[in-house]
Ligand binder design. Structure first.
Ligand code: 6GU
Length: 222
């Protein structure tokens, strides 16, 4: 069982994602819990503001320290253990399969999603989160990156994939290793044939072909 607490200004963005497919089944099976929290509920402002203009000037708005820190502390206090806090930010540690494995070993993850131009730096100074980025590009907020963390992490929770899938064969299960090409019916599509070796039933030959293809792909993309 892994528990996620998502702290966001846009909890409704998660409804569709949570209600579909693998994650839905994992939640129903009691293997995963996802709790959504609206940071705005911790605003003390009469207009419920959670962002303000940056000191020193410049474009955009900055997430204020007080509502964010209050929200994290309140959510932490709602359950044990306190959990590992991840701050979703493009300046964070790059999410790769090694970090995913590290996160999947945690019992509880708090995912702090920002919007606007970023977080008041004192949030980082007070909470000392693990700062996580999903790649070298900018998203409008931390919500899509948080979904990427959930999506990649739950695959490694025992029971989530069922007996059909095994994460051990996945691309990146070894650093830099990509999966071999897959085919299903029909045997010919737009004059493109499935490789003969996959139809022959020689399991050693199939395994050898797949190792070779996997090595070739990994080489090509590096
Ligand atoms: Cl975690 N947040 C945002 N806003 N943009 C990103 C990101 C995170 N990771 C890559 N781009």
């Amino acid at each position: 069982m892994i528990r996620f607490d998502v702290l966001t200004l846009f909890p409704d963005l998660f409804a569709g994602y949570l209600s579909q497919s693998l994650l839905k089944l994992a939640i129903q099976a009691g293997l995963v819990q996802v709790h959504l929290w609206n940071i705005r509920d911790w605003s003390k402002d009469k207009h419920q503001r959670v962002d303000d203009r940056p000191f020193g000037g410049g474009p955009g708005m900055v997430m204020m320290a007080e509502p964010v820190v209050d929200c994290v502390e309140a959510v932490r206090a709602k359950a044990e253990p306190a959990g590992r806090l991840l701050m979703m930010t493009p300046t964070g540690r790059r999410l790769d399969q090694r970090l995913v494995e590290e996160l999947a070993a945690e019992p509880r993850l708090l995912l702090l999603c920002g919007r606007y131009e970023g977080f008041d730096d004192r949030i980082r100074q007070v909470l000392t989160p693990t700062e996580v980025s999903i790649g070298d590009y900018v998203c409008n907020g931390g919500e899509v990156p948080a979904m990427a963390v959930i999506d990649t992490t739950i695959r490694l929770i025992p029971g989530v994939l069922g007996d059909e899938g095994s994460a051990a064969d996945d691309s990146h299960s070894e650093p830099g290793r990509l999966e071999y090409p897959q085919y299903t019916r029909p045997r010919t599509y737009r004059e493109l044939d499935v490789p003969d070796v996959l139809l022959g039933g020689n399991h050693r030959a199939i395994a050898a072909w797949r190792r070779e293809q996997s090595a070739k792909r990994s080489e090509e993309s590096s």
